[in-house]
Unconditional design. Structure first.
Length: 277
């Protein structure tokens, strides 16, 4: 019987956010797969937990993933952790989860810290529908192409960004979505200098040109305003009636179909169609 892969979130800045279940899981598993063992050992020391650790990060997912899966298939239980936040969310852990899913190994996700949810909740932007876009590409052309594909997106958009890339990203966001688009810049979440700046892209570009950004950012950008569908006119209805008549429909049937399809008054359309004959 195979073991279980546990996805254990870690604090995004405040050690007080460790839950009892997170700590218990780390204590009970056979070994821990960590994005950076040097970072994770500090958390384990804080919790007074000693466990064997293996490295699992972006550049060794294939070899390390196969080794971890082999141990899971042999019956060992593993906790997967990242440096901060929830494993497998904008994280190479997604590949290990996919391997386990294909092999029939149980995967248990422990609820806990996640920067995108924390930022969205505090942003003041609409939260009913949103899309998480992760980190944008370093390459300017790819980054702009990505943003252009989102120009009509009506849901709130969430991006992760590093301080050294923030200004370029804000300029590209303004070019793609317009300078007046509202956004919230969430910085150093759960840490001593946590900040949520609610502003527009124009104001954000100007502010960070004068104030070099510090810390990791989550950008919560309001979606595009819904496009109102153009209402059909009686002229549109008459054109549709003529087309249906040419296909052999009677005037009455053509009016009935056209009115239903275009949301027009059947009586008004019929009166106009009679006059138009």
């Amino acid at each position: 019987m195979s073991g279980t892969l546990y996805l254990v979130p870690t604090p995004i800045g405040n050690l007080g956010d460790i839950s009892q279940r997170m700590a218990d899981t780390l204590e009970q598993v056979d070994f821990i797969a960590a994005e950076d063992t040097r970072v994770s050992v500090k958390l384990l020391n804080h919790l007074e937990i000693k466990k064997p650790m293996v490295s699992y990060y972006r550049h060794n997912t294939e070899s390390s993933g196969a080794a971890i899966l082999e141990r899971l298939m042999a019956g060992e239980n593993c906790a997967l952790v990242t440096d901060a936040g929830t494993p497998a969310i904008s994280d190479p852990g997604e590949e290990l989860v996919a391997l386990c899913a294909q092999a029939g190994v149980p995967v248990v996700s422990i609820p806990g810290p996640c920067a995108l949810v924390t930022a969205l909740a505090a942003s003041g932007q609409p939260t009913g529908r949103f899309t998480f876009e992760g980190f944008l590409a370093m390459n300017k052309k790819k980054r702009r192409r990505h943003l252009e594909s989102l120009q009509g997106e009506e849901r709130t958009m969430i991006f992760y960004e590093a301080p050294h890339k923030l200004c370029a990203t804000l300029e590209d966001l303004a070019a793609a979505f317009g300078e007046d688009r509202p956004l919230s810049l969430c910085r150093e979440l759960t840490k001593l200098h946590e900040e949520v700046r609610r502003t527009t892209l124009r104001e954000a570009v100007a502010y960070y040109r004068e104030n070099p950004p510090k810390g990791e950012f989550v950008l919560v950008v309001r979606g595009a305003e819904p496009q109102e569908e153009a209402c059909a006119t009686l002229e549109d209805g008459l054109e549709r009636v003529r087309a249906l008549r040419e296909q052999g429909a009677s005037l009455r049937d053509a009016v009935k179909q056209a009115a239903a399809q275009l949301g027009l008054s059947r009586n008004e359309l019929y009166d106009r169609a009679v006059k138009d004959r």
